[in-house]
Ligand binder design. Structure first.
Ligand code: C2O
Length: 545
């Protein structure tokens, strides 16, 4: 197996977009940050040096980090953040994962600019389960803000409102042709007519799900979140923050210029969002463009309306897995997570923090608990060193169908309590979690991410999950493997995984404003028998708070 060394220097850098220069936090001065490439089974060593003025940590989104939570990265969950002037070296091994993942800052809203692709090729001597593409390109979808992300977060903390929507979406850091001042830098992907290329599409968007399409071209999805899928032909991707797709695209159209484009998928009603469109250009190299046939502008793809939930849901449900690992039939631990927004009563409804309906303040929760991170240590350090008082393990289970979650939800569920309450799982237990959206405040799709695991998505539907009838329709034959899955707006999604990775693992909505409001919890997976089933000791340079 190979070993890959990288140094990531976190540093501010002036970056010019949309006619305006601003200082953003970067890695090695690059935006987006460097791409990490490795093969399945390789070792990766990344020294992160914090030369910026903010605390930071880096999460390797989707990498399983077996028995090695110390390398996972979320601040105050598995490590204290790296303080300015300090460094920390992430050391980990890639185990049985192939495809596209990514890395991002996991402190406050810093991931708005601190992110990059993480590409895992098959082991030497093995190959893709599809014919070798001629070329490969990472396509990182993002959001561009005209405010410093740290200011964004303090603004969100103060007002309790989502940060201002982005001012542009980006492809590989570039807003593209449709925005003022951006044309020169628009990303171009070059193809030879007849060739098939592999696009590794990643959504690093902060608060917005996206529709993505390429004019006149059909995509074939062959992977999601670093797991292979049955080839699935589609004109459209729906991609939530945190998710990735590997798609094959064949240059089978008349030589020319074609836009690839993304705009918002906004499932919540009356929510403010950025309704602009980002583009990159698919450019046929063989194009014998003359002044006569040169298109004045590339062809734009048709994207669905912003609120097209039926189209989004049908796309997601159409993806089937291609894995040798079979999903288990018998579940040991059956959990039901109610995810949604909520409202807190304000003592002073006229305060600027209280801009919710009737002078309330927005919050978010799972099972009516709004998650609070510790500040003086990380959950994992507290667990490993036995520091009391940092968290409890009484995360409350709720029975399904206790209420009509998508109807008129009882007042008690509007006002969650705050807490750092974990759920304890025995090593090796077979876990099912049904994630149920509510209609509190609004129904909305929540892209839910589980650290430390990838999971089978065995079913989803609209309305309330029915524990008697819905499991009969579960796909236990070829469910897709994901690490982030949308809870449909006003609906539910069921996931399954084996708790074979001891440690503490964050579970949260990957929409950062929701996470900031408390839409998260953590699983504590206990050690199994013997060293090979136990958490490794922490590295000596693990940051302290
Ligand atoms: Cu990509 Cu905890 O997140």
């Amino acid at each position: 197996a190979g070993i890959h060394f990288h140094e990531f220097v976190i540093q501010p850098r002036p970056v010019r977009r949309l006619c305006k220069t601003q200082n953003i936090i970067t890695v090695n001065g690059q935006f987006p940050g460097p791409t990490v490439e490795a093969r399945n089974g390789d070792f990766v060593v990344i020294r992160v040096v914090n030369a910026a003025q903010y605390n930071i940590s880096i999460h390797w989104h989707g990498l399983r980090m077996m028995r090695n939570p110390w390398a996972d990265g979320p601040s105050y969950v598995t490590q204290c953040p790296i303080q300015p002037g300090r460094s920390y070296t992430y050391r980990f091994r890639i185990r049985d994962q192939e495809g596209t993942l990514w890395w991002h800052a996991h402190t406050g809203f810093l991931r708005a600019t601190v992110y990059g692709a993480f590409i895992i090729y098959p082991r030497l001597g093995s190959s893709y389960p599809f014919s070798m593409p001629k070329q490969e390109y990472p396509i990182l979808l993002g959001e561009w803000f005209d405010t410093d992300p740290v200011l964004l977060k303090s603004q969100a903390d103060f007002t309790g409102l989502p940060p201002n929507s982005s001012v542009a979406y980006t492809i590989n850091g570039q807003p593209g042709d449709l925005y003022r001042c951006s044309r020169q830098e628009t990303v171009r992907v070059q193809v030879d007519a007849g060739d098939t290329i592999l696009l590794r599409v990643i959504s690093s968007a902060l608060n917005q799900e996206l529709f993505f399409s390429i004019a006149n071209h059909t995509m074939t999805v062959v992977g999601t979140d670093a797991a292979y899928t049955k080839p699935f032909r589609t004109k459209l991707l729906v991609i939530g923050p945190g998710q990735t797709f590997n798609v094959l695209v064949t240059a089978d159209q008349p030589p020319g210029l074609y836009y690839m484009a993304a705009h918002a998928y906004e499932s919540a009603q009356n929510a403010p969002f950025d309704n602009t469109t980002t583009t990159a250009i698919l450019e046929y190299r063989s194009t014998k463009l003359t002044n006569q046939n040169r298109p004045r502008s590339p062809i734009l793809p048709a994207l669905p309306p912003f609120n097209d939930t039926p189209t989004a849901t049908a796309f997601t449900a159409g993806i089937k897995g291609l894995t040798k690992v079979k999903v288990f039939k018998k579940v040991d631990v059956n959990l039901y997570f109610i995810v949604g927004l909520g409202l807190i009563n304000c003592t002073n409804p006229n305060s600027p923090q209280c801009q919710g309906p009737n002078g309330t303040r927005f919050t978010a929760s799972i099972n009516n608990v709004s998650f609070v991170l510790p500040t003086t240590t990380s959950l994992m350090q507290a667990y490993y060193e036995g520091i009391p008082g940092v968290f409890t393990t009484d995360f409350p289970p709720v029975p399904p169908l206790q209420f009509d979650y998508t109807g008129n939800v009882p007042r008690g569920l509007w006002t969650p309590s705050h807490g750092t309450r974990l759920y304890k799982l025995k090593y090796g237990s077979k876990v099912q979690i049904v994630l149920q959206d509510t209609s509190i405040v609004t129904t909305e799709e929540h892209p839910m991410h589980v650290h430390g695991f990838h999971f089978f998505v065995v079913g989803s539907g609209f309305g309330n999950f029915n524990p008697t009838t819905d499991p009969l329709k579960f796909n236990l034959v070829d469910p897709p493997v994901r690490n982030t899955i949308g809870t449909p707006p006003g609906g539910w999604v069921a996931i399954r995984f084996v708790a074979d990775n001891p440690g503490i693992w964050f579970v949260h909505c990957h929409i950062d404003s929701h996470l900031n409001w408390g839409l998260g919890m953590a699983l504590l997976v206990e050690n199994g028998v013997g060293l090979s089933q136990s958490v490794k000791p922490p590295p000596s340079d693990l940051p302290q708070c």
